[in-house]
Design a protein. Structure first.
Length: 591
């Protein structure tokens, strides 16, 4: 078929064409030709291409893939491959309780098992909703067969009463208006639903668009694929092109380990700053890196990403939604800006078979209101700051925390540049937050910092998106829309809340947040990138000695397995034992 293959057999031939083991070969052949394939094609020396289908009724953000399947298969056939579609454990961000984050590692595990244990030579990963992208990139990295990601694309832009209504944003905004008594329940629901006008995933730069941009920035997709809105013609064309390309990748033996290098992750981190990407990107990229055997550290997000500028004017950081982003040039236009400024490793290999620099040739922003030039950004130094101190070893801070308003309200004393202080109010979880946020005895005012704990990977379980806590109704009515929030959970990528999140280690495993009490003074020092509870060391040690971990109740077997083996967000929230398994396709399973 191609001379790049030399004499290498496809791994699928170990199943379908192995004269040394006629008994098993016959068993594999007779059943796979039962309905779908012929013996002739299964023994025709053509690669079998798996298509991991993440779309289903339960996973509406990815449902577009059900309709893209025909075009992906046509592309695979066109290039001489044999497509084999298979389902993948659904991960629906908005539907799965207690949180979809719990299922990322479950989908990862099952994908590893499928790719290793079935006759698959290469795979198309159909991505979309938040965790579907990292789960599959993690799986592909562990197995290390040729793999390419195909995004389903964002929904069309939502509109409500003449204004753009962005996914997630409408809910956070509506919740505030509801609390202030400006809208009622009916209007709240109506506004929220207006943000979802078509098939596709969230149309804001939330975690879904972020993670698909990350897949592209890492080099795991075709160029320009991630931002195309789901219903567009180009989305169908991209499905066909992706199907075609994976066959080429198999023939070239171009594997995730050739693409997912340290340099590729550095490109992704810089791109994340430029797009205004989600705070969920760090743990997900960390997890992909660990399964790929790449050395990445949560601190890299500050050292590599902090000084980059925000270029993309898209909600929640800006004003536009997915359609405008795509029309302005999408991810390649953003990366081309970074590249021109010398901020990319342009020599890295990508799924196209060409380098990132080659992919970006001729790409540029065609709308500078939506994708800004590198030297005229929306904001400079727009990346994350990684804090440490007695409350946690690491936590991410969105730079949007430091608004002028925040500077005024929290400055520790006149002239103390970059040093802020506030009074802590601590919640034990989202239920406790909802029960007590309007309790006046807590004394919450505009100088309060809200804390939430027990919501990390082990605590919740799965690290819940609950750090973006809304101030009490009375504070909202007084015109203060945001209080700084801190927690060992995550927050929605569509939230613009000023927060310090992903605190690791989490409180239920004895992280410093566990010893904080309502009423403690807390200091944030930007000069040293620290956040400290201002509690005497003796008193802190006493609280630590008196501390007993909270009771943990598992509701399903997976929750128990997950809690036993999951690591902390700073390390990607991986199943720790799984990170020891690398490039597992090198060894064939027994038959
Ligand atoms: Fe699925 Fe946002 S909820 S993409
Ligand atoms: Mg979310």
């Amino acid at each position: 078929m191609s001379n790049t293959r030399a004499n290498k057999r496809f791994r699928s031939q170990e199943w379908f064409d192995n004269p040394n083991n006629p008994g098993m070969t016959a068993l594999y052949l007779e059943r796979y030709q039962n309905q779908t394939f012929t013996r002739e094609e299964l023994q025709s020396d053509r690669p079998v291409i798996g298509i991991a289908n993440t779309g289903s009724d339960l996973a509406p953000c990815n449902k577009i893939h059900i309709f893209l399947m025909d075009r992906i298969k046509a592309g695979i056939r066109d290039a001489g491959g044999i497509p084999m579609e298979f389902p993948i454990h659904p991960i629906q961000e908005t539907g799965k309780r207690p949180t979809a984050a719990l299922d990322r590692n479950l989908a990862y595990l099952s994908l590893v098992e499928v790719l290793h244990g079935y006759p698959i030579d290469g795979v198309v990963l159909t991505t979309g909703c938040d965790k579907t992208t990292p789960a599959q990139l993690m799986g592909a990295a562990t197995v290390d067969i040729p793999a390419i990601a195909l995004n389903g694309g964002p929904m069309l832009d939502g509109w409500y009463k003449g204004r753009r209504a962005g996914s997630g944003m409408v809910v956070w905004e509506g919740r505030r208006l509801l609390a202030e008594g400006k809208i009622d329940y009916e209007e709240f629901i109506e506004r929220a639903c207006a943000s979802a006008p078509s098939l596709g995933h969230c149309n804001t730069m939330g975690t879904a668009s972020t993670m698909n941009a990350m897949a592209e920035a890492l080099g795991m997709t075709l160029t320009g694929s991630s931002a195309i809105p789901a219903p567009f013609r180009e989305r169908m064309e991209m499905a066909f092109a992706t199907g075609k390309r994976i066959v080429g990748m198999v023939l070239e033996d171009l594997k995730p380990s050739d693409i997912l290098t340290r340099e590729a992750f550095e490109n992704a981190i810089r791109t994340n700053t430029a797009i205004g990407g989600s705070t969920n990107a760090p743990p997900h990229l960390q997890a992909i890196a660990r399964h790929a055997g790449v050395d990445l550290n949560v601190k890299d997000w500050q050292t590599i990403g902090f000084e980059e500028p925000l270029l993309v004017n898209m909600q929640p950081a800006g004003e536009y939604l997915g359609e405008s982003f795509h029309r302005a040039g999408g991810v390649p236009a953003v990366m081309a800006e970074l590249h021109k400024a010398g901020r990319l490793h342009a020599g890295v290999m990508t799924a196209t078979g060409r380098t990132m620099g080659e992919n970006l040739a001729g790409r540029e922003s065609v709308d500078h209101d939506v994708i800004r030039p590198y030297d005229n950004p929306l904001r400079k130094n727009a990346g994350f700051i990684v804090l440490s101190g007695n409350l946690f070893d690491s936590a991410l801070m969105k730079t949007s925390v430091i608004s002028d308003d925040f500077r005024k309200r929290f400055l520790s004393r006149p002239g103390a540049e970059g040093i802020f202080e506030g009074r802590a109010v601590v919640f034990e979880g989202p239920e406790d937050y909802h029960d007590r946020i309007n309790d006046q005895s807590l004394g919450i005012d505009e100088k309060t910092i809200l804390f939430i704990r027990n919501v990390g990977c082990v605590g919740y379980p799965g690290a819940a998106e609950v750090v973006n806590m809304q101030p009490p109704d009375a504070v909202l009515r007084a015109g203060v829309n945001h209080l700084p929030t801190v927690g060992d959970g995550r927050q929605s990528g569509t939230s613009e809340s000023p927060s310090i999140l992903n605190a690791s280690p989490e409180s239920v495993v004895g992280g410093g947040l566990a010893y904080l009490q309502t009423g403690d003074r807390v200091r944030l020092d930007l000069n040293t990138a620290t956040m400290e509870a201002l509690v005497e060391p003796d008193e802190w040690a006493r609280r630590k000695a008196d501390w007993t971990p909270p009771e943990i109740e598992n509701q399903t077997p997976w929750q128990e397995i997950y809690r036993r083996h999951v690591g902390q967000l700073a390390e990607g929230g991986c199943l720790e034992l799984a990170t020891a398994y690398q490039r597992v396709a090198r060894n064939l399973p027994r038959d």
